[in-house]
Design a binder for this molecule. Structure first.
Ligand code: ZN
Length: 308
């Protein structure tokens, strides 16, 4: 987790320590007890061992932003996990930071200089390569990445994910309460073979160009994960871009993250996701992740693989 940043810090302290010691030696003060117990509590190297020398840091947990450097100061807001904050200063274990134009103080224990470190646990990357087809099955921190580069084996058949369904039902019920509209999940889990039939028939009816932009090759469909759903409101806008401008489509775009879902193929990110804008296709990733992805306006590719 923080091992890497600790190593960096130890190195920084070590190098600074050597620097200070050589200066002292040069000045012939002769007191090399600086690396031992120091009586001077204000000496920066001793009293601020956790300071990370970085212009930006990332939150590694939900973190309070306060009006001053201490828990006795008023809480301004809670920062989400994994967001980038600008560092403005450091005060005895507390960083003065800025996030989305809001300034305040947060305790350094949950700030890290690496985005990789934020994900609650160690980065756990599982890559399985299919020896026959050479296709790659990739899972990062437990999140399956399925796109044009990464696929699922033909025998990966998990069915509909229960947790995803539970959150989907909660989302549909909340939409009914908040906008009084019925949202329908008209497509969920698809097997490899079903996707194969869809893809082949789409080439027949829509042509190759359209199919490549809106339909996935077998093994490359997120629907095979059991975590993706195509949603609609009134039937006439199903699978159409206009759905994004309906009340249901707009509500989903702005609220799905509250239920652990992300709009998987946003407008303007086609060059990253490899797919056209699909205001109807939502992918379950869990609330911790969906909030960061939504607030950062990221795609799953950017979130998992990095890149600015
Ligand atoms: Zn879909």
């Amino acid at each position: 987790m923080r091992i890497k940043s600790k190593i960096v810090m130890v190195l920084v302290i070590f190098i600074l320590g050597i620097g200070v010691m050589s200066v002292l030696h040069f000045l012939n003060k002769g007191d090399s007890s600086i690396s031992g117990q120091s009586p001077n509590e204000n000496k920066p190297l001793e009293s601020q061992p956790e300071v990370i020398l970085s212009e930006y840091l990332f939150t590694t947990d939900y973190l309070n932003l306060r009006s001053g450097p201490g828990t006795n100061f008023e809480k301004i807001r809670t920062l989400p996990v994994g967001v980038k904050v600008e560092v403005l200063g450091y005060d005895n274990g507390w960083y003065k930071i800025s996030y989305n134009g809001q300034e305040g103080y947060s305790i350094g224990d949950y700030l890290s200089d690496r985005l990789d470190d934020n994900d609650f646990e160690e980065i756990d990357e599982e890559v399985i390569e299919d020896g026959e087809t050479g296709e790659v099955f990739k899972r990062i921190n437990g999140i399956l990445l399925v796109n044009k580069d990464y696929s699922l084996p033909y025998d990966y058949y998990p069915g509909e994910n229960e947790e995803a369904r539970e959150h989907l039902d909660k989302m549909i019920n909340t939409a009914k309460e908040e906008i009084n509209k019925d949202i329908i999940a008209f497509s969920g889990f698809r097997s490899y073979n079903y996707q194969k039939r869809l893809y082949e028939s789409s080439i027949q009816t829509e042509g190759l160009q359209y199919t490549e932009l809106y339909s996935a090759k077998p093994g490359h469909s997120e629907h095979q994960t059991g975590l993706a759903f195509d949603l609609g409101g009134e039937m006439k806008y199903w699978l159409e871009e206009e759905f994004g401008e309906t009340i249901e489509g707009m509500w989903l775009r702005e609220n799905a993250h509250r239920f652990g879902y992300i709009l998987r193929y946003p407008k303007g990110k086609e060059y990253i996701t490899g797919f056209g804008y699909e205001p109807w296709h939502f992918r379950y990733v869990g609330v911790d992740h969906s909030i960061v992805i939504y607030e950062g306006e990221l795609t799953l590719e950017e979130y998992l693989l990095g890149g600015e």
